[in-house]
Design a protein around this ligand. Structure first.
Ligand code: HEM
Ligand code: PLO
Length: 497
């Protein structure tokens, strides 16, 4: 309840000048786990100093929803940090850009471009299925040769080709040097970005900021060359009559703003400079690749740990889809156990366990706590998804918790579940990501049973904390299911397309 003296400051971790609350933040655990533990001592919502910045950590769903939904506009800001400024040319992108007319405009363009792919010959479904087919072909070949495979590059290529089609109307073949380069720079960025604001003041991560910044700058410059090349190509053969992809949609918006001299909107005023265009498409490309790939890797890691879950999904696929055709999006409604498994993976290993930090744009409050303008707010999704009051046995991987009591339909058993965030800053790729997860996993599990090679130990479930929470690397043995040899896979594909 509100006290008579008005809203109080939230409980505060001890803080020293310069390093802030650094001494209280020493822990062998990654930040999201440590922030969850600190609740024992400070309560569910508390504040601390990161260097000179005041930060509030939110560990419960009611406060999280107040920040994201009820007061969404007040908390729609983003902090500027050294590393994200390098990545996004001082916040000229969507994800790390502050709340502004430009940000709103770019979200709208991206949203429109993603919707454009709903139907027609270049539909997202067709694009994803073509990649699923090619992924399964690689697994078949490895299986025929008796090889175990690190699935990471294969999954990354499949997912990359989907966003590449959407962003640039192009795809990569296996072994394409440009793709290999992208794998390398993107991992470099994931490992280093956001490490100054959140992470480089955490000593347990053993970071050397300068080496980090150097690597980040190098990787960003490789990425920027790739983006620039795509942009120049699109500018060269741009036509008002066809819109092939997101980049065309952005170029069109820029041109129409430039031609529209009478209107108040000029390219500069709505943020349609070349920098803005490149950073927006860079965001979608980067987010499109790293998030979905990471979830697929977590899903496979858990399926290997829980073969009974894998069997359940396969039985569902056998009875609802059968063996004479491949799964399609319209099967989603009849495969609840697979959907439940995807939901459980997103719960137990959220891609962005701390979302992206939000910033209060004016003086406000969270619950009974006063919050000053400029305060950073970190929503600890890890705490929400592992809250013992909301989830029975939160550490247990149990897709069944997302099924109704008859096991025939889906539910969300707790309001403490926000894998894509919520409100103004909600993920822009949620629908796309869900289509990809469903199609890739259903195609793979219809054809293969996944396990670690004989004699290998199970992959770790811990994960490596960075701007996304990634599983470790390991080799997978993909055993074709009865009747699913190489010829059948190929034949079925040719029939369907
Ligand atoms: C933001 C999750 C896939 C594009 C976010 C946020 C989360 C999230 C938690 C932060 C919300 C916040 O800060 O409040 C996920 C998950 C994905 C996924 C779990 C996969 C399963 C994608 C894909 C795309 C995408 C495929 C691209 C098409 C974005 C963008 C933002 C964002 C642009 C920034 C939004 C903004 O700040 O306005 N996502 N995402 N995401 N996501 Fe995703
Ligand atoms: C991933 C590496 C790329 O090279 C650049 C990039 C752009 C957008 C980022 C993404 C990275 C990581 C995941 C992020 C995404 C924007 C939204 C998404 C942070 C750094 C999430 C999960 O919030």
């Amino acid at each position: 309840k509100m006290s008579r003296r008005g809203p109080q400051e939230p409980p505060h971790l001890p803080a020293l000048p310069v390093i802030g609350s650094l001494l209280s933040l020493r822990s062998p655990h990654p930040p999201h786990v440590h922030f969850k533990e600190l609740q024992q001592k400070y309560g569910q919502t508390y504040s601390l100093m990161m260097g000179s910045h005041s930060v509030i950590i939110v560990n419960q769903h009611t406060h999280a929803k107040e920040v994201l939904l009820k007061k969404g506009k007040t908390f729609a800001g983003r902090p500027r940090t050294v590393t994200t400024d390098i990545l996004t040319r001082d916040g000229k992108d969507i994800a790390f850009g502050d709340y502004s007319a430009t940000w709103r405009f770019h979200r709208k363009i991206v949203h429109g471009a993603l919707c454009m792919f709903g139907e027609g010959s270049a539909s997202i479904e067709k694009i994803i299925c073509a990649e699923a087919q090619s992924l399964c072909a690689v697994l078949s070949e490895a299986a025929a040769a008796g090889l175990a495979l690190d699935l990471s590059p294969e999954l990354t290529r499949a997912v990359t080709n989907v966003v590449c089609s959407l962003c640039f109307n192009s795809t990569y073949c296996r072994g394409d040097p440009e793709f290999e380069g992208m794998l390398h720079y993107s991992q470099g960025i994931v490992d280093t970005v956001a490490k100054d604001s959140l992470v480089d003041i955490f000593p347990w991560l053993q970071i050397f900021p300068n080496a980090n910044l150097h690597l980040l700058k190098q990787c960003v410059s490789v990425r920027d060359k790739l983006l620039q090349k795509k942009y120049d190509e699109h500018k060269a053969d741009y036509s008002d009559h066809v819109q092939r992809d997101l980049l065309d949609a952005l170029v069109r918006a820029k041109r129409s703003a430039e031609n529209n001299n009478t209107a108040e909107i000029s390219a500069e005023s709505v943020g349609l400079s070349e920098d803005h265009l490149l950073m927006t498409v860079g965001d979608i490309f980067g987010a499109g690749v790293e998030t979905t790939t990471t979830v697929l890797k977590w899903a496979i890691t858990y399926l290997i740990h829980y073969p009974q879950v894998q069997r359940c999904i396969q039985e569902e696929l056998d009875s609802k889809v059968g063996g004479d055709r491949s799964p399609q999006l319209s099967d989603r409604g009849s495969l609840p156990y697979l959907e439940a498994t995807i939901r459980e993976v997103l719960r137990i290993r959220p891609v962005a366990p701390l979302l992206i930090p939000h910033v209060a744009l004016s003086d406000t409050s969270i619950g009974d706590f006063a919050v000053r303008k400029g305060t950073r707010v970190i929503i600890n999704l890890w705490s929400l998804h592992h809250d013992e009051r909301e989830w029975r046995n939160p550490e247990l991987f149990d897709p069944g918790r997302f099924l109704n009591s008859e096991g025939t339909g889906l539910t969300i058993p707790s309001p403490s579940y926000l894998p894509f965030g919520a409100g103004l800053r909600v993920c822009l790729g949620e629908a796309l990501a869900k289509m990809e997860l469903f199609l890739f996993l259903s195609w793979i599990l219809q054809r293969f049973t996944l396990s670690v090679p004989p004699g290998h130990s199970l992959p770790s479930l811990e994960g490596k904390f960075g701007v996304v929470l990634q599983p470790v690397k390991y080799k997978v043995h993909a055993m074709p299911r009865p009747g699913w040899d190489r010829n059948k896979c190929q034949h079925l594909f040719e029939m369907n397309c």
